[in-house]
Design a protein around this ligand. Structure first.
Ligand SMILES: [Zn+2]
Length: 318
């Protein structure tokens, strides 16, 4: 994910562009119709005066209602006539009308002062396409997380993990500070459920960052040592939900440990949710990380234990 991208601005610019293009398209269609059926232009000129006529009628006093009714009648007649003319020339009646992708906001992106669902959804998809989940997002969902690869106790654990993370995703609250630690060997569904979680929360309109721990540390190094824009790291502190994959695979240095600590601590103090997944056991985590990290991970994060037989290997052997 690039640092500091303003998805709202990108999407609202795209809305404006699309509207401009649609208006230009309508202008061309109208010009085409005027050229072949000149009377339509005359009708359009009369129709364009409707607002002014209504204004004059209502400000003149006297029988306002009667005058307004007459104007409305005339307008309806003109609209009918326009339709007839178009049909007569072989055009559909709405040939020159704006065709909106979203009727609710007429492609403005807003209904009154509220952002329309269509714009929210475009922002979510832009975030998603730009996130590390991009390619996995299409194939890893809660719905297609199969419990068939697990049996007995492992299956119960997998089902518990699925339900826990699905519940968390579907009722996600950016101010809850609820955080999770996903523990277990490779190939037991941690990445699948993390992706499903991220995608669900993004689609609900939240700002989600999904990164491998190495990817996150690379960003901090770029900012600290190579002059990258501070925006590149700000998202790790500020996003609504941070999902960090593969804690423990990174090269451990003073710097990496302080990055991880700062992220965990800052987010905890701000009550922002965080999800870490790791292949390391509790003992290995304690060996690798300073106590100030593990005490927070074990003390405040809810653990989910993944156990069983590598799903990827099971799929390959089928
Ligand atoms: Zn809309």
């Amino acid at each position: 994910m690039a640092g500091g991208r303003n998805y709202y601005k990108e999407v609202s610019d795209a809305f404006l562009e699309r509207r401009k293009a649609a208006e230009a398209h309508c202008d061309r269609l109208r010009a085409e119709v005027y050229a072949s059926v000149p009377e339509v232009r005359k009708v359009d000129i009369l129709l364009a005066q409707t607002g002014a006529k209504l204004f004059v009628a209502s400000s003149q006093g006297g029988d306002v209602e009667g005058a307004v009714a007459k104007i409305k009648e005339e307008t309806a007649r003109l609209r009918n006539r326009r339709g007839e003319l178009l049909r007569g020339a072989g055009y559909p009646e709405d040939y020159t009308d704006m065709k909106y992708r979203c009727e609710k906001c007429r492609d403005s992106g807003f209904v009154g002062l509220d952002m329309c669902e269509c714009m929210k959804s475009d922002i979510a998809e832009a975030r998603l396409a730009d996130s590390d989940m991009g390619p996995l997002a299409a194939v890893q969902s809660f719905d297609n997380f199969s419990l068939d690869y697990y049996s007995g106790e492992n299956r119960r654990a997998a089902e518990y993990n699925l339900n826990a993370l699905r519940g968390f995703a579907e009722s996600f609250d950016a101010k809850s500070g609820e955080s999770w630690l996903l523990v277990g060997d490779t190939g037991l569904g941690k990445t699948h459920l993390s992706t499903a979680l991220g995608v669900t929360v993004i689609r609900r309109g939240y700002d989600v960052v999904y990164k491998s721990v190495q990817g996150m540390i690379d960003d901090f190094e770029a900012e600290q040592f190579h002059g990258a824009d501070p925006d590149i790291i700000r998202k790790y502190y500020d996003c609504d939900l941070l999902i960090i994959d593969d804690l423990g695979v990174e090269m451990s240095t003073q710097f990496s440990i302080s990055c991880i600590y700062n992220v965990i601590n800052t987010r905890m103090n701000a009550r922002r949710s965080c999800v870490f997944s790791t292949n390391l056991t509790q003992k290995e985590l304690r060996e690798k990380y300073a106590d100030r990290i593990t005490s927070r991970l074990f003390g405040s994060y809810k653990p989910l234990i993944f156990s069983g037989v590598d799903v990827r290997r099971q799929k390959l052997s089928k």
